[in-house]
Write a protein that binds this ligand. Structure first.
Ligand SMILES: [Zn+2]
Length: 311
């Protein structure tokens, strides 16, 4: 089966291209590919005291990804074009992993719209508007409501991103940022690594209204494996992952569902999952529960692939 994972922080855990293929973290390319053909969204993610410091670290991570592709073109490819994405599923025998570059926070723009153009040229295809800090573009759900949603600059960024074909990601955004984007955006958007707030009451999860809004526009939600976002007890297993999938499917159907596992961005994993190699265990569980094979293929990867082909 073809897999697509919409969120992984491995670039902040490694410094050499060689570590990308095998390491002791949650995620490496070899274990990802043990599931089947695989596309991984690689997050540029950093903490820091200033937007400047965060941007510098993100730029360094992008450089690591580009160097990995340059040194090992037969093993890793950064996907930049629709055709490259469309043909990926067919390369079952190829041991190559497909990657899409995402920035987890508009700090990466350094406050400049032309920087978005430069990053697009380098390979950026998803912009997660914020992480846990408010930034020049918008407020985070964990922030202090600095702009009350999107800033004026943020509105320019949404327009420019949509023109370029950069997908807007609303995981971590404040509820007001979410509704502002909903109002001005003209393309489907995603929540790359967020679950249902009705199933697990955590501010980072999505309300039913937000889930409906993403689904109605043809967007996709990536299920996050963080135990704290799966279950209010903080102890989760594969059944908790299934519970979020069940709930969202009942609400809006399965075509807006995918994975955004958050490997190497979270400290602990649900029981039964020790790394990316176990993604197929979730899919096997869905099949055992009589989910239609077609729907399971969508959740495993085809729904996100469709979304990226559209945007
Ligand atoms: Zn995150």
């Amino acid at each position: 089966m073809f897999f697509f994972d919409a969120h992984c922080d491995i670039l902040s855990a490694i410094s050499e291209p060689e570590e990308f293929f095998t390491n002791k973290h949650h995620w490496d390319a070899e274990r990802a590919l043990s599931n089947g053909p695989f596309i991984q969204v690689l997050s540029l993610f950093a903490e820091g005291k200033s937007e400047d410091e965060i941007k510098k670290k993100m730029d360094a991570q992008l450089a690591t990804a580009l160097l990995t592709e340059e040194k090992y073109p037969e093993r890793m490819k950064i996907i930049r074009k629709n055709e490259e994405l469309s043909n990926w599923e067919g390369s079952v025998k190829s041991p190559k992993i497909g990657c899409i570059i995402e920035a987890e926070g508009a700090e990466v723009l350094g406050g400049s719209l032309s920087e978005l153009d430069r990053l697009y040229e380098a390979g950026l295809r998803i912009l997660t508007l914020s992480w846990n800090y408010d930034n020049a573009v918008c407020d985070s759900i964990a922030g202090n409501n600095r702009h009350n949603g999107l800033s004026a600059f943020g509105r320019q960024v949404i327009n420019r991103a949509e023109t370029l074909g950069v997908v807007i990601d609303l995981s971590h955004a404040s509820d007001k940022t979410f509704s502002d984007v909903e109002e001005i955006s003209t393309k489907p958007f995603i929540a790359s690594h967020s679950n249902s707030r009705s199933v697990c009451k955590y501010r980072r999860n999505l309300t039913d209204k937000q889930i409906n809004s993403i689904a109605k526009r043809g967007g996709v939600i990536g299920i996050n494996l963080c135990p704290d976002f799966l279950n209010n007890s903080g102890n989760a297993d594969i059944m908790d992952i299934i519970r979020h999938i069940e709930y969202i499917s009942a609400l809006v159907g399965t075509s807006c569902l995918g994975f955004g596992c958050d490997f190497d961005g979270i400290d602990s994993l649900p029981a039964g999952i020790s790394g990316v190699q176990d993604m197929s265990r979730i899919v096997e569980t869905l099949l055992r529960f009589n989910y239609k094979e077609e729907d399971v293929k969508g959740i495993a990867g085809l729904n996100f692939k469709r979304l990226f082909n559209t945007v």
